[in-house]
Write a protein that binds this ligand. Structure first.
Ligand SMILES: *[C@@H]1O[C@H](CO)[C@@H](O)[C@H](O)[C@H]1NC(C)=O
Ligand SMILES: *[C@@H]1O[C@H](CO)[C@@H](O)[C@H](O)[C@H]1NC(C)=O
Length: 241
């Protein structure tokens, strides 16, 4: 079995030394890394045109929504550990609740005002909670599902992962540590859980494992933590060194 470093995907693919899994070579390939070997360059595919689409001016992603099995616990964690601000809870019925949290909401004087103008803000997180639900929603690390994780940028990854640990939360992989892909929790969240990889031969699995390693430094700067529901959060620095 393999012992794995999961790193920031872009960077690891840049430095990946294994065979190309993703793309075909293109004459239009920009010189993204002057020192990259041909096989490293081939790992990326860039569409020939990355222009903005004028017909979609004004479109943006405003919020990510999660079903939680305990709204109080989710709000506490995301406020105290991740630093989001609880903006409102909408009680659609006595048992059905919808809450919004957000970062980066300067210039507002009250939660009511943020709520009124929430569609001007990006990066909000919504929680949906049915009290006494008769099933327990399975989080991304428990069961492979279509949701993987979201990525947080913080000034200091160590400080951020430290807050999770102090709060009593789970740090799945510390910054700079290795992570075993056979730890099925991360595998589930990355579409590589044991239920998913039946059709992969050992060689390809090994290549995927290699693709997540930072072949240059071996130091994986992202931390991976779990929220109280068992969903994965990746914590990245503003710049990978
Ligand atoms: C990349 O190539 C340049 C010369 O083109 C060389 O000066 C530099 O040291 C190389 N960097 C690495 C990391 O190999
Ligand atoms: C929700 O979590 C809190 C701890 O944050 C706990 O006190 C409470 O009992 C939990 N509620 C349910 C319904 O499990």
């Amino acid at each position: 079995m393999f012992s794995v470093n999961f790193s920031m995907l872009l960077r690891t693919l840049l430095f990946c030394s294994s065979a190309s899994l993703v793309s075909a070579a293109s004459a239009d390939m920009p010189e993204i890394l002057p020192n990259a070997t041909d096989s490293q360059k081939d790992t990326f595919y860039f569409p020939p045109n990355c222009d903005l689409k004028p017909a979609f001016k004004g479109y943006s992603i405003n919020h990510l929504s999660l079903v939680t099995s305990n709204l109080t616990r989710a709000i506490t964690f995301y406020e105290e550990v991740i630093g989001l601000q609880h903006i409102f809870t909408y009680n659609a019925s006595p048992k059905y609740h919808i809450a919004y949290l957000g970062h980066n909401t300067p210039g507002f004087t009250s939660c009511e005002e943020i709520t009124q103008r929430k569609n001007e803000i990006k990066g909000l997180v919504e929680f949906i909670y049915l009290e006494g639900a008769t099933n327990s929603p399975l989080p991304t690390m428990k069961k492979p599902n279509t949701y993987s994780h979201f990525g947080l940028i913080v000034p200091d990854v160590k400080v951020a992962e430290g807050r999770v640990a102090e709060w009593g939360g789970r740090v799945i992989k510390k910054a700079g540590e290795e992570l075993d892909v056979t730890n099925n929790e991360l595998g589930n969240a990355y579409g590589l859980g044991v239920e998913a990889i039946g059709a992969l031969d050992d060689e390809e699995l090994k290549a995927i494992v290699e693709a997540f390693k930072d072949a240059r430094t071996g130091a994986i700067q992202s931390a991976f933590v779990a929220d109280p529901d068992g969903n994965l959060i990746e914590i990245q620095p503003p710049v990978f060194e």
